[in-house]
Design a protein around this ligand. Structure first.
Ligand code: BMP
Length: 216
């Protein structure tokens, strides 16, 4: 069954968010939503979700990353950081701190936009192998990259953005080995976000049945 994370970069009504909860694996929140409505309202909005992934794209020294997550006061079930900041003085300490608070770490090893330079991919994967996070983030827009991430991490959770507004089709990420596709605009700009997510899932389900490879 296709798993989705809703990228809630703008607020939707609590009723719609609650309905989306019944259809999605998780919700991804980040700087746009936190700045728009604040931490307290964000917490209210995502109450009850099993997987709340805080996408702060952390890419800093350890103390700043740890302090940033602490400032969110237990809001996050998972946190996304850039793999390329490396371990010593950065991700090792972040992971330790997250573990103490039972928060999962997801490492971003490649981004979905055109300008991302995948000559850094192997370096990012090497950092990720050493850090041993809960999961990875990689692009649905470049399936060959996702397949490489899956090859490097056969058993880790892979989250994949780029479906919809950025050009990948529902199921592209899943067919290339991702466990969860992340979708924002196609859902939150729709007049009926819940129906939009249902349609995406139906499309992905059909694609999953016909694609080969490492689909979950
Ligand atoms: P959309 O479906 O509207 O393109 O949203 C994708 C979401 O995933 C956004 O929240 C974006 O910040 C995030 N994202 C991305 O698009 N590409 C990446 O490589 C990593 C991301 O986290």
């Amino acid at each position: 069954r296709p798993n989705y994370a809703v990228a809630l970069d703008v607020p939707l009504s609590p009723e719609v968010v609650e309905e989306l909860r019944g259809e999605a694996w998780g919700v991804k929140i980040g700087i746009p939503l936190l700045l728009r409505v604040g931490v307290a309202n964000t917490r209210e909005l995502v109450r009850g979700w099993e997987n709340v992934i805080c996408d702060l794209k952390l890419a800093d020294v350890e103390s700043t990353m740890v302090s940033t997550v602490e400032a969110l006061g237990g809001l996050c079930g998972g946190v996304i950081a850039h793999a390329l900041v490396g371990r010593d003085g950065a991700l090792d300490g972040l992971k330790r701190s997250l573990e103490e608070n039972k928060v999962s770490l997801y490492l971003l090893v490649s981004m979905s936009h055109k300008g991302w330079d995948d000559s850094t991919l192997e370096a990012a994967l090497k950092v990720a192998e050493a850090v041993d996070p809960e999961g990875l983030v990689g692009p649905a827009t470049r399936p060959w990259v996702l397949r490489r991430v899956r090859e490097a991490f056969p058993h880790k959770l892979i989250l994949s953005p780029g479906v919809g507004a950025q050009g990948a089709s529902p199921g592209d990420g899943l067919c290339a080995g991702a466990d969860v596709e992340i979708v924002g605009r196609t859902i939150y700009t729709s007049p009926d976000p819940v129906e939009a997510l249902r349609k995406i899932k139906t499309y992905a389900q059909e694609k999953l049945m016909s694609c080969e490879g490492t689909a979950p």
